[in-house]
Design a protein around this ligand. Structure first.
Ligand code: PGA
Length: 252
């Protein structure tokens, strides 16, 4: 099974309008001829408009970092799937920072995944265990629950449009990435079997599972070379042209 690799940059709450424009103007020339990997940049909502302009006619695709599950209405401060489809193709859902700081649960993640798919957006659904859960030997249990609950009631056809990002919380922003072997074990032995069980062999084998958590130019190639690591969701290193481009190129 050949899965096309993907490298997605999660800018988190960084870069204003002008910084977004400038960073993309730096990145685009370096990335414009790369066609062998899906390149996705996820700026904050306010940067999406200018990002659309700067990435027009390039292979760089855009993603949002969150969305609301309703289509419109009295939800002050929220952004709907229908608003995002005009701006981007992907949306990160259930990032651990949103789960930890903004009250997101498996239930809200599931609603958001379904709403994104219904609107024609491709969800990048994040799962991952905390340090305490990891130390307690609960990684498989926690990750399994997040995958099952997050993808609950999806059809196999819908599932083909979902990308999973395994992001152990202890590896995010810490400089302590999971080992390639350790991450691949979760992808191959925990997540992939659940995808096969839920959606069938063909779909389960075809879905992409990204790794996230302190991906750098130094560790990207070895991570991406693993059997079930289909690319990366990159935070800190996606904010600098040099490191992001190097990571994209490591996804050969
Ligand atoms: P990091 O973040 O690469 O800075 O560890 C990854 C993420 O949170 O998606």
């Amino acid at each position: 099974m050949i899965r096309r690799k993907m490298v997605a940059g999660n800018w988190k709450m960084n870069k204003n309008l002008y910084e977004t424009r400038d960073l993309l103007r730096e990145m685009v020339p370096e990335l414009k001829d790369i066609t062998y990997v899906d390149i996705v940049v996820c700026p904050p909502f306010v940067g999406l408009g200018v990002a659309v302009r700067e990435t027009a006619d390039t292979p760089i695709q855009l993603g949002a970092q969150n969305l609301h599950w309703e289509a419109s209405g009295a939800y002050t401060g929220e952004t709907s799937p229908a608003m995002l489809v005009d701006l981007c193709r992907y949306v990160i859902i259930g990032h651990s920072e949103r789960r930890a700081m903004f009250g997101e649960t498996d239930v809200s993640v599931n609603k958001k995944v379904k709403a994104a798919l219904q609107a024609g957006l491709l969800p990048i659904m994040c799962v991952g265990e905390t340090l305490e859960e990891n130390k307690a030997g609960l990684t498989a249990e926690v990750v399994s629950r997040m995958v099952r609950e997050g993808l609950k009631d999806l059809t196999a056809l819908q599932a083909t449009d979902v990308i999973i990002a395994y992001e152990p919380v202890w590896a995010i922003g810490t400089g302590l990435a999971a080992t390639p072997d350790g991450a691949n074990a979760v992808h191959r032995d925990v997540i992939r079997p659940i995808l096969r069980e839920m959606f069938g062999q063909l779909v389960g084998n075809g879905m992409r599972i990204l790794y996230g958590g302190s991906v750098t130019p130094a560790n990207a190639a070895e991570l991406f070379a693993q059997s079930d690591i289909d690319g990366g969701l990159v935070g800190g290193a996606s904010l600098k042209t040099e490191s992001f481009v190097a990571i994209v190129k490591a996804a050969l």
